[in-house]
Design a protein around this ligand. Structure first.
Ligand SMILES: [Mn+2]
Length: 355
């Protein structure tokens, strides 16, 4: 595995590359052209500029998270081919830049959903939390407001205000899209992009839906073992793979995370590893990475990744806000660095006892 951290670019991220460089064991970052909007072609010069900036700091650009998919593609609208052509063009440029892993998601309208961005825990740290009743009481517009007002004016990925302006329109285009249609639209998209992925050896890594069930009545498909195996099977190419995000699949306690990892051998191209703590059914918070702080057995998760010979980029996921840090919620330096140290410790122990 290659240990990385997510970085949003100098313009947007409170964390600097030189700080990431000082986290032991981190050799790369995962980034994106953060100012771009879904549907737009990524220019080679912009990708190369991002890459050189990262390399100048002594790190590598280990992959892209995310290259977002336009809603016309997800909803299967008549203009989807235009946006798929643009996506292919972006992939070509990503390939030309020498990059080989692209994370994306296929969630209609919303990216990840939380009801709180700063729930205070007993130790005074603040974390993302999800409460089903609180979400059920909201209309989608309020969800956007809530995310954006809780982020101290920092732009949250996936929750950009320009999307909010179109939220009613977005819901409208998914009116006739059920899970089956969404699977069909994903298959159509994957079949069209696989040739360029093969040509440049770009491993596509779909991010699961978070939480792993339908929100606001919208269909969601990347939620469990059966669906993800259906997805990898329907376009049976190694470049059609997954981002194994423990925190997202783990929102559903019925998902057996180590078992899912083992069933995806050869198809996991990127891993997000973090812990969640369930307080009651329908209420969870993003605890520290440590097993004893949450509900997952992090050792078993790392062991499963080791067992399948996982050798792609891995990153800690959302961190708690601790030690007075002011940063994008979930993406401060301190707790994610603690996460890195812990995951590296687990990995070293596993290597020494299983090697
Ligand atoms: Mn994730």
């Amino acid at each position: 595995m290659q240990m990385t951290m997510r970085w949003f670019g100098d313009q947007y991220d409170t964390v600097k590359l030189w700080q990431i460089r000082q986290v032991p064991g981190v050799t790369g970052v995962i980034s994106t052209l953060y100012g771009s909007v879904p549907g737009e072609v990524w220019q080679l010069r912009d990708i190369l500029a991002l890459k050189s900036e990262i390399e100048a700091a002594g790190l590598s650009l280990s992959g892209i998270e995310s290259l977002n998919v336009h809603d016309s593609i997800k909803a299967g609208l008549s203009d989807r081919d235009v946006y798929i052509d643009n996506y292919i063009e972006s992939l070509k440029n990503i390939g030309e830049a020498g990059l080989h892993m692209v994370c994306y998601n296929f969630m209609p309208v919303f990216d990840w959903t939380r009801s709180e961005l700063a729930r205070v825990r007993p130790d005074g740290s603040t974390v993302f939390a999800y409460n089903q009743e609180a979400v059920d009481a909201l209309v989608p517009e309020e969800m956007f407001d809530r995310v954006n007002s809780g982020a101290d004016g920092i732009l949250m990925p996936g929750w950009e205000p320009e999307r909010m302006a179109h939220v009613k329109e977005l819901f409208e285009i998914y009116r006739d899209v059920d899970e089956e249609k969404l699977f069909d639209n994903l298959k159509y998209f994957l079949e069209r992009i696989m040739p360029v992925c093969n040509e440049y050896d770009i491993k596509m890594a779909i991010h699961p839906d978070d939480p792993a069930w339908s929100v606001f009545g919208l269909p969601r498909i990347i939620t469990n073992k059966a669906n993800i195996l259906r997805m990898t099977g329907m376009v049976d190419d190694v470049h059609n793979g997954v981002t194994f995000c423990a925190g997202s699949y783990g929102t559903n306690p019925e998902n057996d995370l180590p078992d899912m990892i083992r069933s995806l051998k050869g198809r996991i191209h990127f891993a997000h590893v973090r812990n969640l703590k369930f307080n009651s059914p329908g209420d969870f918070e993003e605890s520290a990475h440590l097993s004893s702080d949450g509900s997952f057995d992090m050792y078993e998760i790392m062991l499963a990744l080791y067992d399948i010979g996982f050798d792609g980029p891995i990153r800690p996921d959302h961190g708690r806000m601790i030690w007075g840090e002011k940063a994008m919620p979930g993406y401060g330096l301190y707790d994610r660095a603690l996460g890195v140290a812990y995951l590296n410790g687990l990995w070293e122990a596993i290597q020494k006892t299983h090697g």
